[in-house]
Design a protein around this ligand. Structure first.
Ligand SMILES: [Zn+2]
Length: 270
């Protein structure tokens, strides 16, 4: 309670200073998060890809197994047909009439066609196996590649996490303490603005006569109000809280030649 009262009575200048300091800490935390930002997703994606490739490889292997079993079955059929042909050929020597001869001849022809058909199918299955084996090799190569990628990304992530974790915790602790020195109402407003902004900035300084958040021009009177540091002023375009760069401790390179140059351009345009 004592703190709340203190923060409310705090001069605007101090409020802005604290808020800007908080913004700096939060921006740094955002930067650390962004540092490992892509890696967790990349690791997840690689994991999923490896799982998919492993499944596909399993299917290819099953297909080859099934085709090999088919070939074995067809070879069995061929052996049967060939045995039958041998049998008929022996029988044809002892035929008693033309009818028997014709019947056996037809059987031999039929079994010969059967052998041809099965051989043709074995040829097809063999070619399919060859194609599947090529798929298997490609799959294995891709798996090896992805696994190597995953190892690298995983250790990278572990390294960054180990490095940034301590730093991030320290920053969070500092931010938490600093938040106690900021008027709750102002803090809530600041956080809302920050959450709504794409770059995570809730307080910005004036730069080149423009808002440092949305880059819209700030009218001179408003700029003067900001420099006065007597009240909290927000950008009329983006709603971000504005701070005088000097108060923020930012050195803006107001290049001495900038203003004259602009004037020259303006007059030249007219
Ligand atoms: Zn703005």
């Amino acid at each position: 309670m004592a703190i709340k009262k203190e923060t409310a009575e705090m001069p605007v200048e101090q409020k802005l200073k604290n808020l800007y300091q908080l913004q700096t800490l939060l921006t740094e935390i955002d930067r650390l998060k962004a540092l490992r930002g892509e890696l967790p997703q990349e690791v997840e994606d690689l994991d999923a890809e490896i799982e998919g490739l492993t499944t596909r490889l399993g299917h290819f292997n099953e297909d080859v197994e099934r085709l090999n079993a088919d070939i074995t079955a067809k070879q069995g059929k061929i052996a049967e047909a060939q045995a039958a042909i041998e049998r008929y050929k022996e029988q044809i020597n002892d035929v008693k009439n033309n009818r028997e001869y014709d019947m056996l001849s037809k059987e031999i022809e039929f079994q010969t066609l059967e052998v041809e058909l099965q051989n043709k199918r074995i040829g097809e299955a063999t070619r399919t196996i060859e194609a599947k084996k090529a798929d298997i090799e490609n799959c294995k190569a891709a798996l090896e590649e992805r696994r190597a990628d995953l190892d690298v990304k995983k250790s990278e992530l572990e390294e960054i996490t180990a490095e940034t974790k301590a730093e991030e915790e320290k920053l969070r602790e500092k931010a938490k303490n600093l938040e106690l020195a900021i008027e709750p109402r102002l803090l809530t407003a600041f956080k809302r603005i920050r959450n709504n902004s794409r770059n995570g900035l809730g307080i910005v300084y004036v730069e080149r006569d423009a808002c440092g958040g949305c880059f819209n021009k700030i009218p001179p009177q408003r700029q003067l109000d900001i420099r006065m540091r007597k009240k909290i002023i927000v950008c009329e375009y983006c709603g971000r809280i504005m701070i005088d760069p000097d108060l923020a401790g930012v050195k803006i390179e107001k290049a001495a030649d900038e203003k004259p140059k602009r004037r020259i351009r303006k007059t030249a345009a007219k």
